[in-house]
Design a protein around this ligand. Structure first.
Ligand code: GBH
Length: 490
C-alpha cells in the first residue's frame, strides 16, 4: 500500500521533538493533597460551580497526582520524544510566596520528571498554566505591580529544584487567555470582567514577570544548567475576509489585540505594545472620557528590559478566523475587541469540532508561522499545543481528529520546507482532561479517560495509534489504518 502513495515522502528530522501537552489543573486532581494551597480554579469551581458547563471541577480530574506512572507509560507507548506539562504554583508554594516550599509538592514533580527522564522523554515545563494561588489573587493577582517579583521568586524555586533535569522552560501559557479571558471578561477564573481595562493592565505585568523570570534563568541558572526559556502565546491565523483596505486594517488591529500585545513587547525589534492598537486605544479612551489611555505605557527602561527576553517562541495554534471591519464603530462599553473595530467569521465549509471556536482551517499553521517568522526576525519556534475536540459519546473512533492531525502535520512539514526554525510539536492532549469552562464535555485526548471510574482508566483512541506511527516513521502515511488496536511499548 506504500506504492499507492504517489506524493513525495517528506520526513520529519530525527531531532524534531514530537510530544503531547497537558496542564496541572486539567489533569492532576489532588486539589488539597498534603499542604497544597488553594488556587483560583479551586476557589471558582467550589464557590460558583454553575459557571462550569457540566458543574464539574478539577478536584480529581484525571488524577495524575496518583497516576503519574501510567501517564509516563502512555508517553512510552506513543514513543514521545518530549512531554509538555505545567506546575501548580500553589502545590509548590502553598501561600504563593517563596518563604514556604512544600516538600510534598516538590516530591510529586520530582517523581513525575524522574519517571520521564528514566525513559528518555524530554520534559518541557510550563511554570504557569492558569492556576494562580488564591492568596495572590486576593492581592489583585496579575494586576498587582508586585506580581512580576512574586513570579520571579516562584520561578527561582522551580529552577533550583528541577533545573538539573528540565532544559525547556515556558514561563506562561497563553497570556491572552490569562489576561483577556480572566481579567477583561468572565470566560476564565478569576471572572474579573474589567472590560477594556483588565487585559491591558494584566498584559503589561505579565510580560514584565516573564522577563524577570527569563533573566533570573539566563543569568543565574542557564550558565550551569544549560537550558532554554521562552513563553507560549496562542496564535491562531487571522486573515482579512476580503482584500479591501478596511478589512486589512481590521485584521491587523485584531491580531495586535489577540496576540500582538503579548508578543510585540518581547519579540519585536522596538519593544512595547503594538503601535496602531495603542494609538487607537488612546484615542478611544479619550473619546470615552478617561483621563488617560486604558492601555498602560512602558517606561523606556521596562521596554528595553522586556524586548528580546526569550530563547524561543512557543505557539499554541488551533484554528483560523476571517476578520472584517465592523459596520458599527460606536462602542459605548469599552472592550478589547471594541478597540479593534473588527469582527470575525468562519466559512461554513471548514469542518467543525466539538468546541464552538475550533474548526479545521486549511494551511493555518504555515500561514501563522510564516507571518510570525517575518514579523519577528526568525525566532526559534515550538508548537506547544495543537489539537481537536470530540465528545465522550464519540468514543474511540476519532477519525475527525486523525484528519485534523494529518492536515496539521502536513502544514508543519510546509513550515520546515520554508526554512522556518520549528523544533517541535506538542499535540493537545495526551489524555482527556478538565476543559475549563466546558468541564468534561469536550474531549481533546489521544487517550480517553473514564471520569466515572475511580481508577480514571485511560484507553488509547484510534488517533493515538496514528500519532505513534507518525512519530516512529517520521512520515505521514495518509493510508495508514491501525488494525490491531493493542498498545505496546516498542
Ligand atoms: C488551549 O487554549 C489551552 O492552553 C488548553 O488549556 C486548553 O485545554 C486547550 O486550548 C483546548 O481548549 O468558548 O468561544 O469563549 C486554546 C485557546 C482560548 C480556545 C479560549 C478556547 C474559548 C473560546 N482557547 N477559547 S469561547
Amino acid at each position: 500500500c506504500y506504492a499507492a502513495t504517489t506524493r513525495q515522502e517528506r520526513r520529519f528530522p530525527d531531532e524534531f521533538l514530537f510530544g503531547t501537552a497537558t496542564a496541572s489543573y486539567q489533569i492532576e486532581g489532588g486539589w488539597n493533597a498534603d499542604d497544597k494551597g488553594e488556587n483560583i480554579w479551586d476557589r471558582m469551581t467550589h464557590t460558583k460551580p454553575d459557571v462550569i458547563k457540566d458543574v464539574s471541577n478539577g478536584d480529581i480530574a484525571a488524577d495524575s497526582y496518583n497516576n503519574y506512572k501510567r501517564d509516563v507509560e502512555m508517553m512510552r507507548e506513543l514513543g514521545l520524544d518530549a512531554y509538555r506539562f505545567s506546575l501548580s504554583w500553589s502545590r509548590i508554594l502553598p501561600n504563593g510566596l517563596s518563604n514556604k516550599v512544600s516538600e510534598a509538592g516538590v516530591a510529586f514533580y520530582n517523581n513525575y520528571i524522574d519517571e520521564m527522564v528514566k525513559y528518555g522523554i524530554t520534559p518541557m515545563v510550563t511554570l504557569y498554566h492558569w492556576d494562580l494561588p488564591q492568596k495572590l489573587q486576593d492581592l489583585g493577582g496579575f494586576a498587582n505591580p508586585l506580581f512580576p517579583d512574586w513570579f520571579e521568586d516562584y520561578a527561582r524555586v522551580v529552577y533550583e529544584h528541577f533545573g538539573d533535569r528540565v532544559k525547556h522552560w515556558i514561563t506562561f501559557n497563553e497570556p491572552r487567555e490569562i489576561c483577556y479571558e480572566g481579567y477583561d471578561t468572565t470566560t476564565k477564573a478569576p471572572l474579573l470582567n474589567a472590560t477594556g481595562i483588565g487585559a491591558y493592565l494584566c498584559a503589561k505585568n505579565l510580560v514584565l514577570a516573564h522577563a524577570k523570570a527569563y533573566y533570573a534563568y539566563k543569568n543565574d541558572f542557564a550558565p550551569s544548567q544549560g537550558g532554554q526559556c521562552g513563553i507560549t502565546i496562542s496564535v491562531n491565523w487571522f486573515p482579512p475576509l476580503t482584500d479591501s483596505e478596511e478589512d486589512q486594517i481590521a485584521a491587523e488591529l485584531y491580531r495586535q489585540a489577540e496576540w500582538g500585545i503579548y508578543a510585540e513587547p518581547i519579540f519585536s525589534a522596538e519593544g512595547g505594545f503594538p503601535k496602531e492598537l495603542s494609538e487607537r486605544v488612546a484615542q478611544m479612551s479619550m473619546e470615552q472620557g478617561y483621563p488617560r489611555s486604558r492601555m498602560p505605557e512602558f517606561t523606556d527602561e521596562e521596554r528595553e528590559f522586556v524586548r528580546g527576553a526569550a530563547d524561543f517562541f512557543g505557539v499554541n495554534h488551533y484554528t483560523a478566523f476571517l476578520v472584517s471591519a465592523a459596520k458599527d464603530t460606536e462602542f459605548i462599553v469599552p472592550s478589547v475587541y471594541g478597540d479593534t473595530g473588527a469582527v470575525t467569521s468562519v466559512p461554513d465549509e471548514w469542518p467543525k469540532s466539538a468546541s464552538k471556536w475550533l474548526t479545521l482551517a486549511p494551511d493555518s499553521i504555515l500561514n501563522a508561522l510564516t507571518f510570525l517568522n517575518n514579523k519577528y526576525n526568525s525566532p526559534v519556534f515550538y508548537i506547544t499545543e495543537n489539537g481537536w475536540s470530540i465528545r465522550y459519546e464519540d468514543g474511540l473512533e476519532d477519525d475527525d481528529r486523525i484528519r485534523y492531525y494529518r492536515a496539521a502535520l502536513e502544514s508543519v512539514l510546509d513550515v520546515l520546507d520554508a526554512g522556518i526554525t520549528l523544533k517541535g510539536y506538542m499535540a493537545w492532549s495526551l489524555m482527556d482532561n478538565f476543559e475549563w469552562m466546558e468541564g468534561y464535555t469536550e474531549r481533546f485526548g489521544l487517550y480517553e479517560v473514564d471520569f466515572e471510574d475511580p481508577a480514571r482508566t485511560r484507553t488509547p483512541r484510534k488517533s493515538a495509534f496514528v500519532y505513534k506511527q507518525i512519530i516512529k516513521t517520521r512520515v505521514i502515511d495518509h493510508e495508514y489504518e491501525p488494525e490491531r488496536r493493542t498498545m505496546t511499548i516498542d
